[in-house]
Ligand binder design. Structure first.
Ligand SMILES: [Fe+2]
Length: 382
């Protein structure tokens, strides 16, 4: 067996009403809490639960609910300034990936007393992204309460920031792990179908890509397999929209488990290809990254790597899997694409994302990437 490192330190607490059950744990982080979230249409059950615990425990708190989707460094600086004025002992990231990511990033800036944009850019992006820098960085404690099941920010050390200087999204190497990840499936059970679809398909993509990534190891592949087994249980109900309480449990847990798996090796081609569909076509992250999964699996020369994934997920062959992906994504994707655009994306990929080719098992080139795009997007080609 090859050498490997496994790193997944975020303590996970799973269960219905877990926030109130872990009130003592939350209170152990101090007397002042800063909550990072977004405005919700309808009830924000997670925020209600968190506020109730803080009130019961006599913890002073402030809520920032203007977190941007895909938060920019400028947004993180705004949050940090507000937090500095309040003086929290700890942060709570309550919401989807953007809220949790923003809480993690702001916790780094506050701990390092950075409230200016230039200094924030310097801190987050001046270091080379190597394993030497990928270590927990000084920050205020962060508790994560996810209300979506896809990004796994509550599990991983990653947080993704939008850079206005380069126009791209990047993951700073100053990693932050949640002090606690509080997973309550009730928070996703009222979510719109689109949020559930894209979250679950994003988490599945994390599992598939990390399993195939040559940097993967025995342990994280086995963990991804646990995730595929959970996916198998809810996949048909997700497609039909007839989800049970048990399905919501499995959807929530699937995302967390695939987070543990993908943090060890990262994503592969579909997340790289998905960048263009998000950036140029406005597809949300989960759709953009899952739409190419069928053709991606078909592209793998050694299909013995693919077979265990398909079997664990409950598909007889790659055609069945590709059909499921098509059915899941088709209902939410409305766009047109030209072959010329695809050529441009492939060229950009080869220039700026070639590192992803090095972690692909076998040979992959521009022609192969174009084939994945063309096969995946044929319903949208004009
Ligand atoms: Fe993702």
């Amino acid at each position: 067996m090859k050498d490997f490192k496994f790193h997944a330190p975020a303590p996970v607490y799973f269960g219905r009403e877990v926030v109130s059950k872990q009130a003592d744990l939350i209170a152990s982080y101090g007397k002042r809490a800063f909550i990072v979230t977004t405005k919700f249409e309808g009830r924000h059950l997670a925020l209600e639960d968190v506020e109730q615990v803080l009130k019961d425990k006599g913890i002073a708190y402030e809520v920032f609910d203007e977190t941007e989707e895909n938060p920019s460094v400028e947004c993180i600086v705004r949050i940090t300034r507000k937090a500095k004025a309040f003086g929290p002992d700890f942060f709570l990231g309550v919401g989807g990936g953007s809220s949790m990511d923003a809480a993690k990033a702001a916790s780094v800036l506050l701990q390092n007393d950075i409230t200016e944009e230039e200094a924030a850019y310097d801190l987050f992006f001046k270091h080379p992204v190597t394993d030497a820098y990928r270590r927990p960085y000084p920050c205020r404690p962060v508790i994560c309460v996810p209300t979506t099941a896809g990004s796994s920010s509550e599990i991983t050390g990653f947080y993704v920031l939008t850079r206005k200087d380069t126009g791209s999204k990047d993951t700073p190497p100053m990693i932050v792990f949640a002090e606690a990840a509080l997973l309550d499936p009730r928070y996703i059970s009222g979510a719109p179908q689109l949020i559930l679809d894209t979250g679950a398909m994003d988490a599945l993509s994390h599992g598939i890509e990390t399993y195939i990534n040559v940097k993967s190891n025995f342990l994280n592949r086995q963990i991804a397999m646990i995730g595929f087994g959970l996916f198998r249980k809810f996949k048909d109900h997700l497609l039909s929209g007839e989800l049970t309480d048990e399905d919501y449990d499995n959807i929530m847990l699937h995302s967390a488990v695939q987070g543990m798996a993908f943090y060890q090796a990262g994503t592969l081609l579909p997340h790289g290809l998905g960048y263009y569909l998000s950036h140029d076509k406005g597809l949300n992250h989960g759709l953009a990254c899952s739409i190419t999964q069928g053709e991606f699996l078909r592209s793998i020369q050694d299909q013995s790597i693919v077979a265990p994934i398909l079997e664990a997920c409950g598909f007889n062959n790659v055609d069945e899997f590709a059909e499921y992906v098509r059915a899941m994504t088709n209902r939410d994707v409305h766009m047109t694409v030209t072959e010329q655009e695809i050529d441009g994306w492939v060229e950009h990929f080869l220039t700026y994302q070639s590192r992803r080719l090095a972690i692909y098992p076998g040979h992959m080139d521009g022609e192969g990437l174009k084939k994945i795009f063309m096969g995946s997007l044929k319903a949208y080609l004009v």
